[in-house]
Write a protein that binds this ligand. Structure first.
Ligand SMILES: *[C@@H]1O[C@H](CO)[C@@H](O)[C@H](O)[C@H]1NC(C)=O
Ligand SMILES: *[C@@H]1O[C@H](CO)[C@@H](O)[C@H](O)[C@H]1NC(C)=O
Ligand SMILES: *[C@@H]1O[C@H](CO)[C@@H](O)[C@H](O)[C@H]1NC(C)=O
Ligand SMILES: *[C@@H]1O[C@H](CO)[C@@H](O)[C@H](O)[C@H]1NC(C)=O
Length: 418
């Protein structure tokens, strides 16, 4: 969604900045297009050049090609090096086809290029460092291909870049610290690659960045200090080998942060209380780490929290009562920790709660009768705890309930189903 919005905003800016006319491609640009066509298979381009039809091509009044937009044209083949002759090209969009082969370094000869969109093809080989010459480039999307090798530090030269998406490839090596020079970068997506090494400190310099996703790599080391990235909305780092503490000091202000997913890593230490200052948080996933200590009361402060998943850590102490004030909460998963104490009557405040997963803890006391007021519950798993007393009849009030697991407690009585 964030990416889509970024694309729309930047595309609109590009289109309105050039005067498009219906002129046909002329001279060397026409030859370059015919050469491009000759290395491509697929019917969509069969009329190119005849009857003045150039589907997907836009030219300026001098017949220079300014955009080549062939997304989803069912094309197979390679990109002819002749593309490097289209020196007025501003938009090259070949996404969602079956292009293969490497990207020739001639791509670096396109000084006006603002959008390079090659996602969802079968391009392979290394991403040519010549891409670093594209000084006007705002969008670089090479996601969902088979690019391998390292991410060239030359990408740090793309000083106009707003969106960088290299996700779903086989890129290896480490993230180049030079990315920290991309002062206009809003969207950084490198997930689903084979990246190793640390997240460079320099990413903390990206003042405009709103979205960072680095999940499904083998990144190690600590998370750098990102507390100056004040525009940040989304941080997704799950399935790496990151260590150290969650680095949000009390001076950390991320007022727009909406999604924080650090699950499946090796984080230690406590959940920082500064989280209470992240007033736009809706999703916090810290599961499958080695986080310890008590769940801080501050976790109940972000007023819009919908999903809180802290499963499979080393958390202890009671569930802070503040959690039961979170009226927007829809999923609460605290399973596989060492949480004790009871479930308070105020559970009834959670009128949006869908899933309550507390299994494998040391929770005691009775299941509060007020559970029947948490009307949206459809999944309850409170098994493997120390709950006692009668199973409340009010469970039968939960009309959406589909999954109820109570085993391995000391509960008694029948379950009344309506
Ligand atoms: C591209 O430009 C080079 C140098 O001007 C020229 O030799 C070549 O024929 C051109 N190729 C095409 C396909 O237009
Ligand atoms: C991470 O490294 C492990 C061990 O070397 C390997 O099995 C795994 O496939 C790697 N995962 C990714 C996403 O690179
Ligand atoms: C929230 O931010 C204020 C202002 O920077 C700071 O004084 C306070 O300590 C922060 N609260 C927490 C719990 O970190
Ligand atoms: C909830 O269930 C109890 C016991 O089954 C019943 O007496 C009560 O009226 C129900 N409350 C609502 C709001 O349906």
């Amino acid at each position: 969604m964030a990416k889509f919005l970024a694309l729309v905003t930047i595309t609109v800016a590009v289109v309105s900045s050039c005067h498009v006319s219906a002129t046909e491609p002329a001279g060397a640009d026409r030859n370059a297009l015919l050469s491009f066509k000759s290395s491509v298979q697929g019917n969509s381009l069969s009329h190119w050049g005849s009857h003045r039809t150039w589907k997907g091509v836009k030219c300026d009044s001098r017949g220079r090609v300014i955009s080549l937009e062939l997304s989803g044209f069912k094309l197979t083949g390679v990109i002819s090096p002749a593309i490097g002759n289209l020196s007025a090209l501003e938009i090259l969009d070949l996404s969602a086809n079956q292009f293969s082969g490497v990207i020739s370094p001639v791509i670096g000869n396109l000084p006006a290029l603002k959008i390079l969109e090659l996602s969802a093809n079968q391009f392979s080989g290394v991403i040519s460092p010549a891409i670093g010459n594209l000084s006007a480039l705002k969008i670089l999307d090479l996601s969902a291909n088979q690019f391998s090798g390292v991410i060239s530090p030359a990408i740090g030269n793309l000083s106009a870049l707003g969106l960088l998406d290299l996700s779903y490839n086989q890129l290896s090596g480490s993230i180049p610290p030079e990315l920290g020079k991309l002062s206009r970068l809003g969207y950084l997506s490198l997930h689903n690659n084979l990246l190793t090494g640390v997240i460079p400190e320099t990413l903390g310099l990206l003042k405009s960045v709103t979205y960072i996703s680095l999940y499904y790599n083998n990144l190690t080391g600590d998370i750098p200090d990102i507390c100056n990235c004040h525009s940040m909305t989304t941080i997704i780092l799950y399935e790496n080998k990151l260590t150290g503490e969650i680095p949000f000091s009390t001076r950390c202000q991320l007022p727009h942060l909406d999604t924080l997913d650090l699950s499946d890593n090796r984080f230690v230490g406590v959940i920082p209380s500064s989280i209470s200052n992240f007033t736009n948080l809706t999703m916090v996933h810290l599961d499958d780490n080695k986080i310890s200590g008590a769940i801080p009361r501050a976790i109940g402060s972000p007023p819009l929290l919908e999903t809180l998943s802290l499963s499979n850590n080393m958390l202890e102490g009671p569930i802070p009562s503040e959690i039961f004030q979170l009226q927007t909460l829809s999923e609460l998963d605290l399973s596989y920790n060492q949480i004790n104490g009871g479930i308070p009557e105020t559970l009834s405040n959670l009128t949006e709660l869908n899933q309550l997963i507390l299994r494998n803890n040391r929770i005691n006391g009775e299941i509060p009768k007020s559970i029947g007021a948490a009307q949206q519950l459809f999944f309850i798993d409170i098994s493997y705890n120390c709950l006692q007393g009668a199973i409340p009849e009010t469970l039968s009030n939960l009309t959406y309930l589909q999954h109820l697991v109570l085993k391995d407690n000391q509960l008694s009585g029948p379950i009344a189903w309506s």
